[in-house]
Ligand binder design. Structure first.
Ligand SMILES: *Cc1c(COP(=O)(O)O)cnc(C)c1O
Length: 390
């Protein structure tokens, strides 16, 4: 007899198991590192990062890539991307000094953070960075004063629905305001350079790019009518990676974006930029931790691990669901995974399907390459993940 119902636990765990096996089958060089003596350890696959970068370049051939450093700022990650010719998107003096220390030229750097500390603007300008985003008159004033004659691009607001990590409301202006801001920047002696938008991080909704590019096109025509000669369109970040579900493919997003540009901006801007962070590193990191405890609380089965939302898994608080894998067989059960600290907010995931592990077992967390180590603190005295780049 064919069983009609599909077991959701099985479905979930099979996805994670297949993902784990596929990840390693393409990465023999990682296999010797799966049982580290110290946990948590984050393994970053540098070859995989290179492949991702090249894949993005291949599918977005007219675009310059500016890797968003905040997704993973490990020097080895930055170095391999620099060697392939990547540019870098940064927000702070800390990120910039990391870049400069690696010998990367300031011409490879842009800053798309709409509200920048003044000491950062000063430091960036003195080191040769001269492309900054704006989305307010106040920011134009700051840049005109601290970084005169710089090139400025304006951030348009676009909806972030369908992004697992939405950013809307905090930044971005509408087309009317954007126009006034760039005209004001021109009056202040800055160079109106272009426009940008951000569809939201882990964006699995084609429509966000549609709205972004439509607005950009509308803005572009109106800027032209006002005598502004813009050069650059930056379509932000947002490229998604696989977590507990298949994400949109880079190839399909690129195909769609190309179609939109043909339709809405038939004369392409002189310069096209894309700023992926997660899309470059997200699925190239494997976080290895250990089970440190188990408990049954009411009907809930709890597993406790030696890392948590304060030590690297902060995105679990905002809706990112990681795939988990243990090297055990046996009946699947549903687990709540508690983080290592004493804080009740420190819960990494709920309703996770896993065979029952023992204390001391390794627990593998896939797609942990982006927004993990960069968020990690040593709250409660527990360490940040050790990072091994291979
Ligand atoms: C964070 C950020 C990015 C990268 O976003 P991802 O979703 O990781 O690709 C790109 N641009 C800006 C301005 C950002 O703030």
């Amino acid at each position: 007899m064919l069983k009609e119902t599909i077991d959701p636990l099985l479905l979930q765990y099979e996805f994670a198991r297949r993902y784990f096996n596929e990840f390693l089958s393409q990465r023999d060089h990682l296999k010797a590192y799966l049982k580290p003596s110290k946990t948590p350890t984050l393994i970053m696959d540098l070859e995989g990062i290179k492949r991702r970068y090249l894949e993005i370049r291949y599918h977005f051939p007219q675009f310059k890539v500016y890797y968003a450093v905040k997704a993973n700022d490990h020097p080895e990650v930055i170095k391999v991307l620099a060697e392939l010719g990547s540019g870098f998107e940064i927000a702070s003096s800390g990120e910039l000094s990391k870049i400069l220390d690696l010998g990367i030229k300031p011409e490879k750097v842009i800053s798309s953070n709409p509200i920048k500390p003044t000491d950062f603007i000063d430091y960036a300008y003195r080191n040769g960075v001269n492309r900054f985003v704006v989305d307010s008159f106040t920011e134009v004033d700051k840049i005109a004063k601290l970084a005169p004659r710089s090139r400025v691009y304006v951030r348009l607001v676009v909806p972030n629905e369908g992004s697992d990590w939405p950013l809307s409301k905090k930044f971005g202006v509408d087309v009317d305001n954007a126009l006034d801001i760039l005209l004001y920047a021109q009056d202040k002696g800055l160079v109106p350079y272009g426009i940008t938008f951000h569809v939201g991080s882990q964006c699995n909704n084609f429509r966000n790019w549609l709205i972004g590019i439509k607005r950009a096109s509308d803005f572009w025509q109106r800027a032209k009518a006002k005598g502004l000669r813009l050069q650059m369109l930056n379509i932000g970040g947002g490229l998604p990676v696989k977590y507990t579900y298949e994400s949109l493919r880079i190839e399909d997003i690129a195909y769609y974006v190309r179609g939109l540009l043909q339709k809405f901006m038939p004369t392409l801007p002189h310069e096209l930029q894309i700023e992926p962070g997660r899309g470059v590193v997200g699925d190239q990191g494997l976080l290895i931790c250990r089970v440190i405890g188990k408990a049954k609380r009411g009907e809930e089965n709890w597993l406790y691990i030696d890392t948590g939302v304060f030590n690297g898994l902060a995105e679990a608080l905002g809706g990112i669901r990681y795939p988990f894998y243990v090297e055990r067989e046996g009946e699947l059960r549903e687990w709540t995974i508690g983080g290592v600290s004493c804080d009740s907010m420190d819960v990494v995931a709920r309703r996770v399907a896993l065979p029952e592990p023992e204390v001391g077992d390794y627990l593998y967390i896939l797609s942990a390459g982006a927004y993990t180590t960069v968020y990690a603190a040593e709250f409660n005295g527990f360490p940040k993940p050790e990072v091994v780049c291979l």
